[in-house]
Design a binder for this molecule. Structure first.
Ligand code: GAR
Length: 234
């Protein structure tokens, strides 16, 4: 099924009648981790289907049983799993169980989409170079929590979101793509959150697509997009 889809996507149905085609074409496998609503996960699932990426989201995994995004994934026939962080007293045990379940899906890319658990260095190392995260600030400003509140308190005139390669240091790592939006007079935390989130739904699918298409080059911790596409979304 996977191979057939890959052939159809690459060359259309006609390519099946052609005497020459490649079996086992490179459908990349994406696993997405969420903790809650999952709107970024939805945006990636939708873009993958609508834009016919040579990829499929093979699983959505949450660390909370109540994560709302699980229902969306299940409705679309995507495998779902819950690794409840509350039943694992030790962080290392949680990380190990999470990795065991993830690896069962053999991902080419692991996508953190609102996954609100800190992952240990061993876990991060295991997925080095194949794990992306989105953070709702213009990193390296405001890593961690309450980014919009902190940006308002600092008097920032622009805010945004960052897609980056995950490294062991929280909310750091090579920057793939950023969105920038203005702070307007009278904005509160909710207004900024909504304005930035809307851009996340554009930049995260785009960054994942670039990864899938092999268009991200990392050198000395700096990412370039090999087509020369703008890595800033305004
Ligand atoms: C998003 O705004 C994402 O950037 C943020 O959580 C939200 C998840 O929304 N992630 C972080 O703060 C990670 N440090 P979603 O569940 O609707 O995608």
């Amino acid at each position: 099924m996977v191979m057939l889809l890959a052939i159809v996507q690459k060359g259309g149905v006609d390519s099946l009648r052609s005497p020459v085609y490649t079996l086992g074409a490179p459908m990349k496998r994406i696993v997405i981790l969420i903790s809650g609503r999952g709107s970024n996960m939805e945006a990636i699932v939708r873009s993958c289907a609508e834009q016919r990426w040579a990829a499929q989201v093979v699983a959505v995994i949450a660390n909370r049983p109540a994560a709302a995004g699980l229902a969306y994934a299940a409705e679309r026939g995507i495998a779902t799993a819950v690794i409840d962080h509350q039943v694992h007293a030790e962080r290392a045990a949680f990380d190990a169980e999470l990795a065991r379940v993830i690896d069962g899906f053999a991902p080419d890319l692991l996508v953190l989409a609102g996954f609100m658990r800190i992952l240990g260095a061993d876990f991060v190392q295991h997925y080095a170079g194949r794990m992306l995260n989105i953070h709702p600030s213009l990193l390296p400003a405001f890593p961690g929590l309450h980014t919009h509140q902190r940006a308002l308190a600092a008097g920032c005139k622009a805010v945004g979101a960052t897609v980056h390669v995950v490294t062991p240091e929280l909310d750091h790592g090579p920057i793939v793509l950023q969105s920038v939006v203005p702070v307007r007079p009278g904005d509160d935390e909710a207004a900024l959150q909504a304005r930035v989130l809307a851009t996340e739904h554009t930049i995260y699918p785009l960054a994942v697509r670039w990864f899938i298409e092999g268009k991200l080059h990392v050198e000395n911790g700096l990412v370039t997009q090999t087509d020369g596409a703008s890595q800033v979304f305004l």
